[in-house]
Write a protein of this length. Structure first.
Length: 198
């Protein structure tokens, strides 16, 4: 079968990888694209390892200055299921980190997910949540989830599974051992900034 050829040399740098992934997505299983680039696309291969590990083949056809040619073959119809991380290890290695210490990286996904770390006594101030329901699973430590006005705080401990309804008011405070939790929610569209009309 003849490779589909995609010469990305004329494209602006920000458009190269998206064009390659678009062409790859249109392939059938067993089909290939021959990508021509002006340099070795090592970062592209790193992205393929995130998006399609085990589901593609990568072969250098030419390594000439200004004309690298790589055959990328689709081996599976969809990305393969896989272990993304050891949540306990991520949680344990986060030390005194504050904020997201892990996040879901795939570009084609319907979910967003993070592991949030708070050191002992740290807090995420009161705020209104996003316009999506959020599921939280406490991995380690303890703390409190503050909710609306004078409502009783929700005690958090390892193994707790919490539902945060969309737009609900929330505040997190870590206990003496810190707090580590996994969030899962529907992916939100990226914020797009536009110019206001004159």
């Amino acid at each position: 079968m003849t490779d589909h050829e995609l010469d990305v040399r004329p494209l602006p740098r920000p458009g190269k990888h998206p064009a390659i992934f678009l062409a790859y997505g249109a392939l059938g299983v067993g089909e290939s694209i021959a990508v021509v680039n002006d340099h070795d696309p090592r970062h592209l291969r790193d992205e393929f390892e995130v998006e399609h590990p085990g589901g593609y083949a990568w072969e250098y056809l030419a390594r000439e200055r200004g004309a690298y040619r790589i055959r990328i073959t689709k081996l599976a119809a969809t990305p393969l299921p896989r272990v993304l991380a050891d949540a306990a290890a991520v949680s344990a290695s986060s030390g005194d980190a504050t904020g997201a210490v892990w996040k879901l990286q795939m570009r084609e996904r319907d979910l967003d997910s993070n592991i949030i770390a708070l050191p002992p006594g740290a807090a995420i101030g009161a705020h209104t949540g996003p316009d999506v329901d959020v599921l939280i699973y406490v991995l380690a430590g303890s703390g409190q989830l503050g909710t609306e006005l004078d409502a009783q705080p929700v005690a958090l401990r390892g193994g707790s599974l919490i539902w945060l309804p969309r737009r609900s008011r929330r505040q997190f405070t870590a206990g003496p051992d810190g707090l580590r939790y996994l969030t899962v929610h529907q992916r939100r569209q990226a914020l797009t900034l536009t110019t206001a009309p004159a």
